[in-house]
Design a protein around this ligand. Structure first.
Ligand code: ADP
Ligand code: ADP
Length: 229
């Protein structure tokens, strides 16, 4: 059965008597360990979808079932725990803490999990051996994104949610980052959901979900996904 299921999910924004449906009665399923790419034009509802799945935002109606539980029913405490333990976030602009080193940024996750975290080891796994003691400003954009991936992986989350993870990178660096995410997905059986408007990723996805105007336009299951390149 699916690890993640959206059942008739809507997210509405009201201003006066105008209602904007950022997500409009959307349903989808994602399996454990899938490398999922969500494509769609600006304003389609991609970030909204990811924020709802990550517990950063709440649905107006519908169910979001994760490992058998409807997270829409969660109160603040349960939602905070869910975000901390189950979800790793990767953002366009890395969101690293500037006055902490790469290693300290990764080990920060110790505070919110019960896992022993060795920052140096995780940084090595994302190709950053020897960069432990550098501050974010001393690293390139691609290196900073690797640190943020290491930080997300440190929690050993069930899912990695990535919002335009290559949006601030040149295309060669972007490919290396996407390839790292694909490898981590397949090696660790972590479910990876990437939101992008870059259609180059289409062939590399296990599942490609196109959304438009808050609705599913098309879902494609790729039996033979290519390596990102
Ligand atoms: P995408 O990520 O695909 O660009 P978003 O999920 O950011 O799309 O936005 C979907 C729609 O919801 C857009 O029309 C956007 O303007 C609107 N929207 C998103 N967040 C808010 C908000 N906080 N208040 C009002 N409208 C919003
Ligand atoms: P993206 O398309 O990558 O999601 P945006 O620039 O559309 O980025 O949105 C950035 C942030 O602004 C989001 O967190 C979203 O919730 C908020 N936002 C987007 N559209 C609106 C809007 N029309 N009114 C208020 N907030 C918005």
């Amino acid at each position: 059965s699916a690890m993640i299921e959206f059942q008739n999910v809507s997210r509405e924004y009201r201003t006066g008597d105008h209602v904007l449906k950022a997500l409009d009665n959307l349903s989808l399923k994602i399996d454990k360990g899938e490398f999922v790419v969500i494509l769609g034009p600006s304003g389609a509802g991609k970030s909204t979808l990811l924020n709802l799945l990550g517990g950063l935002d709440t649905a107006t109606s519908g169910k979001i079932i994760v490992d058998g539980e409807n997270i829409v029913d969660y109160g603040d405490k349960a939602l905070t725990k869910y975000r901390a333990k189950s979800v790793g976030f990767i953002f366009q602009f890395y969101n690293l803490i500037p006055n902490l080193t790469a290693c300290e940024n990764v080990e920060l996750m110790k505070d919110i999990t019960d896992i022993d975290i060795y920052g140096g080891k995780i940084l090595e796994a994302v190709g950053l051996r020897g960069h432990d003691n550098k501050f974010p400003a001393q690293l390139s954009g691609g290196e900073q994104q690797r640190v943020s991936i290491a930080r997300a992986l440190a929690k050993e989350p069930a899912m990695l949610l990535c919002d335009e993870p290559t949006g601030a990178l040149d295309s060669n660096t972007g490919v290396l980052i996407l390839s790292l995410l694909q490898n981590m997905c397949h090696e660790k059986n972590t479910t990876v959901v990437i939101v992008t408007h870059n259609s180059k990723l289409a062939d590399a996805a296990d599942k490609l979900i196109k959304i438009k105007n808050g609705q599913i336009e098309e879902v494609t299951i790729n039996e033979n996904p290519s390596d990102v390149n």
